[in-house]
Ligand binder design. Structure first.
Ligand SMILES: Cc1cc2nc3c(=O)[nH]c(=O)nc-3n(C[C@H](O)[C@H](O)[C@H](O)COP(=O)(O)OP(=O)(O)OC[C@H]3O[C@@H](n4cnc5c(N)ncnc54)[C@H](O)[C@@H]3O)c2cc1C
Ligand code: SF4
Length: 328
């Protein structure tokens, strides 16, 4: 492991100053950063510990939604009564992630910013990885791609975004609160992560020194009727092969509106507006959900070794919609 400095700012202004210095990297729960330091994938000059900043509250907003501080632990968010009651998809997604010990350490901000689990990215013995070393190539192309993306990839990178939580946040239209050297801004979570294109190393809209201070879950006609389904190699402690968050606004048995997002199959948490569109105004039946799933994966581009993800993601979505629609 490379030597690095460590600071623990006492307030936001000091954190912004420290974060803006070249070579700085934030640390919250450390469950992602410390792994990457040990592996030699990341070599920051200084860790800026955010844990003294007190952003660990979950509060109701005047509009009837929830504000969640960036330092709230994944387990506290998952088990919060308002989240369980009003945003079940989020609670289910969080509880489907990692292990209880990890969830007790992992923070909301860190989960949003966690890096891919692509095995080539995490192995510094592999030289070709555009995400780790821009312009070096991509070892996954023509390599072992069972876990890789079928949506949103480019010839430069097909690594999946690993988060479960973010998939639910996309389905819930969550908004990320960012503060940085140039001021404060709000970013819809669906726009927060970027597809790789020609620059896989740029993974989100954050600029140097930007900090996530929290997220808002807006009040939503979808949120209560929502579900998260995750297919993985083991029953727990495994990343998604394919996962889906589904939320439905029903009038009687008719779908007035819907939200659909996928994890495990795309380079960013993946919303399918096409699937949502085909369901609007239609009776909530298994046949409708199967049609939506087919449409959602129409643009899928599997690679040799992960073709199975297309059918798997479709089935996962049908199950999530069926649960959200009360017909499972
Ligand atoms: C064995 C294992 C299994 C796992 N399984 C799953 C799983 O199934 N599903 C899943 O979703 N996740 C899984 N994870 C990932 C885990 O959820 C993340 O490591 C965790 O959420 C990161 O949160 P953290 O607070 O520990 O972040 P840290 O490790 O502290 O930070 C992660 C990144 O976020 C940045 N960062 C942190 N906070 C902020 C902030 N407020 N503003 C700006 N940048 C910030 C850091 O600089 C760093 O780059 C697993 C992890 C491990 C080790
Ligand atoms: S898929 Fe992306 S992260 Fe994985 S080796 Fe290729 S460039 Fe690197």
């Amino acid at each position: 492991m490379n030597p690095f400095g460590y600071v623990r700012p006492a307030d936001e202004a000091a954190a912004l100053d420290a974060g803006a210095e070249a070579g700085s990297e934030f640390i919250a729960g450390g469950t992602g950063v410390v792994d990457l330091l040990r592996l030699g994938v990341e070599k920051p000059a200084r860790l800026v510990d955010l844990n003294a900043l007190g952003w660990d509250k979950i509060e109701r907003t005047p509009e009837g939604g929830l504000y969640v501080g960036a330092l709230v632990k994944n387990s506290d968010l998952a088990w919060h009564p308002d989240v369980q009651r009003h945003y079940p998809v989020l609670s289910e997604a969080l509880l489907a992630g990692a292990s209880p010990q990890l969830r007790n350490m992992a923070s909301v901000g860190g989960n949003l910013l966690q890096r891919t689990r692509c095995a080539y990215f995490r192995d510094v013995g592999v030289t070709a990885c555009n995400k780790r070393t821009p312009g070096s190539g991509c070892a996954a192309m023509g390599g072992y791609v069972r876990m890789h993306a079928v949506l949103g990839g480019s010839e430069h990178c097909i690594a999946v975004h690993p988060s479960d939580m973010c998939v639910a946040l996309v389905a819930l239209d969550a908004v990320v609160h960012v503060r940085g050297p140039t001021g404060a801004r709000l970013v819809p979570v669906a726009d927060f992560h970027l597809v790789p294109g020609t620059h896989p190393e740029v993974e989100s809209v954050l600029a140097r020194g930007d900090i996530v201070v929290g997220i808002t879950l807006p009040p939503s006609p979808f949120a209560r009727r929502s579900a998260y389904v995750k297919a993985r190699d083991r029953a727990s402690y495994a990343f998604a092969l394919a996962s889906a968050a589904a939320a439905l606004h029903l009038e009687g048995t008719v779908v007035r509106d819907a939200r659909v997002a996928f994890g495990g199959i795309a380079t960013k948490p993946w919303r399918s507006k096409e699937a949502e569109y085909v369901m609007r105004g239609e009776p909530a039946t298994r046949a409708l959900f199967e049609r939506a799933a087919e449409v959602a994966l129409r643009e899928a581009r599997p690679h040799s070794g992960n073709e199975f993800k297309v059918a798997l993601a479709q089935r996962v979505l049908v199950r999530a919609l069926s649960r959200a629609g009360g017909i499972a």
